[in-house]
Design a protein around this ligand. Structure first.
Ligand code: NAP
Length: 322
């Protein structure tokens, strides 16, 4: 019988990885979650989880933060026996039925199946001033940095759910929020867009592109362009919050099948094109990226991985073909 350190290796501890850890450990698998940062992923940036099932708008269950949910999910997974390490996974190899993850320290860990739940990182605009003023007025997280700019003039860039959600959050901190979107309509869910459009603290600038972020030591203005007329103009502002979408983190699995945007394709069992590698959460090709979706996918991925591991163990024990 082949010897491994654990049965199931989970890469990433966002809502998908945490849920997969819980389901895997509860199914009596030896589960190890490898996360390079603190558990939580993008969920840590969510100020109010108003659309997570069971989180009511008022009373003791009112709008829990992403952080609170992460803490509870982590405790739950650990209570069932899942182990967590804070390390960077550098590479993933498969030899026979065994997967080996090599960590940044050079240490290796072996398992019989892998769930890739590495999520997605925010996209940068790559414009002048963006990197220079990052942390000095340029931010990618309203709930983290918004409170530093109470009452100031705030610009939000993007037209998706994140931009609308975060503009809404910032409008509680300042009456001067300008939402800048390059097209003439939002990409976001209709309910979020409607709320933004009716918010007296938010001014929406459609057909407008951010060209440059300016300032001395911190942000003091931006250069905007009207995409219909081509006219550019400078506008005062104290902070720029950028929500231009996300980039899937797939460097550990270069050869699994992906869609044209680089997200991992799975079947309904969350199985990727490589047997034994499953995938869940924001890194997976899915039209609707939500905490609840990631958690659901994590549960399915764990269920499928457990069945796969059982088949590998049976094959090892009885020499049967899979
Ligand atoms: P997204 O849906 O991909 O939207 C990104 C936005 O940024 C788009 O409006 C896009 O413009 C704009 N953009 C992209 N590149 C740009 C550039 N170079 N310059 C200017 N604008 C640019 O990404 P997201 O809003 O981060 O959401 C990611 C996922 O998380 C989605 O699946 C979303 O549903 C989910 N999410 C859900 C919630 C919620 O349910 N409350 C909250 C946050 C995120 P175009 O529209 O012109 O392409």
């Amino acid at each position: 019988m082949v010897k491994t350190d654990v049965d199931l290796l989970i890469l990433g501890a966002g809502p998908a990885g945490l849920t997969a850890a819980q389901y895997g450990a509860r199914a009596n698998m030896r589960v190890l979650v490898i996360e390079e940062l603190a558990p939580g992923g993008q969920m840590l940036f969510i100020d109010a989880l108003e659309n997570y099932p069971g989180y009511l708008a008022s009373g003791p269950e009112a709008f829990k933060s992403g952080f609170e949910l992460v803490q509870a999910m982590h405790r739950q997974a650990t209570s069932f026996g899942a182990a967590f390490i804070t390390q960077t996974a550098q590479s993933l190899q498969k030899e026979g039925d065994v997967f080996t993850v090599t960590l940044g320290t050079g240490e290796t860990l072996r398992g019989l199946a892998v769930i890739v739940a590495t999520g997605a990182k925010h996209r940068i605009l790559d414009i002048p001033g963006e990197i220079e003023f990052s942390g000095h007025g340029v931010s990618y997280c309203a709930s983290c940095d918004g409170p530093f700019f109470k009452g100031k003039k705030l610009l939000v860039i993007g037209g998706g759910d994140a931009a609308c959600d975060e503009a809404q959050f910032l409008s509680h901190l300042s009456p001067q929020v300008v939402l800048v979107h390059r097209r003439d309509r939002f990409r976001s869910q209709k309910a979020l867009a409607e709320r933004v459009l009716h918010n007296p603290h938010i001014t929406v600038r459609f057909n407008t592109r951010l060209l440059e972020i300016r300032g001395a030591k911190k942000v003091s203005s931006v250069l905007l362009e009207n995409t219909l007329t081509g006219e550019s103009y400078e506008e005062a502002g104290d902070a720029v919050f950028i929500f231009a979408g996300t980039i899937p983190q797939t460097s550990l699995v270069p050869s699994v099948q992906k869609n044209e945007s680089g997200y991992i394709i799975t079947d309904q069992e969350m199985a990727t094109s490589i047997p034994g590698i499953f995938c869940a959460g924001d890194v997976r090709a899915c039209p609707f990226r939500q905490v609840v979706v990631a958690a659901g996918e994590g549960a399915v991925a764990a269920h499928s991985a457990v069945a796969y591991i059982d088949r590998i163990k049976e094959k090892e024990a009885f020499g049967e073909a899979l």
